[in-house]
Design a protein around this ligand. Structure first.
Ligand code: CP
Ligand code: NVA
Length: 317
């Protein structure tokens, strides 16, 4: 596989889709598609990151992110090290700065999932190897790479596609706005008023959209208006990791925001349904929709593997 056109991305951090131009992100999607074809064709590609190590720091739970990165680096010929922050000295007060400097002496890349986005920014500033954001309270860019790969596969083109995200204005909503702006999709975020994304995030996404392909980044509180003409309906949990104590209150406040069969009737008849997972059937999405014919959530989950491999290969070669 030829990565020569992506040399400018080598050694970079992957903290936010804001930091990459649309062309570079499309190059990464192409790489992901090629890795997927190799997996499906049983073509080994262990030469890509042979002998390289990825440290994977987790301060929150994970199924998809952990397994896709760990399996992905192994398929590329390298080693993934799962490091729970509870077991690291950082959990006992060692600074992020020292952790970044020490890990950089051992490994070729660091993936981190944590709460405060600033911790990831600090880690990246002090590490001399690429740092990959595996989810913070603010952003989840790796997920959105897999999401747009899935949209590309199902709809052939991302450009002009209308994505309606129904739910909390959280890390997924923020990253979807940035991704839509970079890849050329129109994105509407629909939440109860007090759960709309931060205006700073919306403004940043609109600025990116202006620089790129001029797509619309829209916020809305009416679910039926939001899904009108939508090609993709996306949702996520109402209470994210770290918000467990607000679960009951959120169940009440979001109850009109469920993605269900009635809502789907207001979107395009061939609209697809997406969810980053884990899902709570009967809360943000009905069982009949997530398990129904319009759902592409498991293709989306599979694509985490291929998209994450592309990110590692491009940054860590
Ligand atoms: N979508 C996602 O990031 O899943 P995990 O929390 O299981 O990693
Ligand atoms: N918004 C969710 C996404 C999980 C992948 C969370 O942060 O828990």
């Amino acid at each position: 596989m030829d990565f020569s056109t992506m040399d400018h991305l080598r050694g970079r951090d992957f903290l936010s889709l804001k930091d990459f131009d649309g062309r570079s992100l499309y190059q990464m999607l192409d790489a992901a598609q090629r890795f997927k074809a190799m997996n499906h064709g049983h073509i080994p590609h262990t030469h890509v990151l042979r002998g390289k190590t990825l440290a994977m720091i987790f301060s929150k739970s994970s199924t998809r992110t952990r397994v896709s990165f760990e399996t992905g680096i192994w398929q590329l010929g390298g080693l993934g090290q799962f490091l729970s922050s509870n077991d690291l000295q950082v959990g006992r007060g060692e600074t992020i700065h020292d952790t970044a400097k020490v890990l950089s002496r051992y490994v070729d890349g660091i993936m981190i999932r944590t709460f405060d986005h600033q911790d990831v920014v600090d880690l990246a500033e002090h590490a001399s190897v690429p740092v990959i954001n595996g989810l913070t309270d603010l952003l989840h860019p790796c997920q959105v790479m897999a999401d747009f790969l899935t949209i590309k596969e199902h709809r052939q083109t991302i450009q002009g596609c209308k994505v309606a995200y129904i739910g909390d204005g959280n890390n997924m909503a923020n990253s979807l706005m940035f991704g839509g702006a970079r890849f050329g999709a129109h994105v509407t975020i629909c939440s109860p008023e007090r759960y709309l994304p931060d205006t700073e995030m919306v403004d940043q996404a609109r600025a990116i959209a202006e620089d790129e392909q001029g797509t619309d980044i829209h916020v809305e509180t009416d679910v039926f208006k939001a899904v009108q003409g939508a090609d993709v309906i996306y949702t996520d949990v109402w209470a994210s990791m770290g918000q467990e104590s607000q679960q009951q209150e959120r169940l009440q406040e979001f109850r009109e925001y469920q993605v269900n069969q009635e809502l789907l009737r207001h979107a395009k008849s061939d609209a697809v349904v997406m969810h980053c997972l884990p899902a709570h059937r009967g809360e943000e999405i009905s069982a009949e929709v997530i398990d129904g014919p319009q759902s592409i959530v498991f293709d989306q989950a599979e694509n985490r593997l291929h998209a994450q491999k592309a990110i590692m290969a491009v940054l860590m070669r």
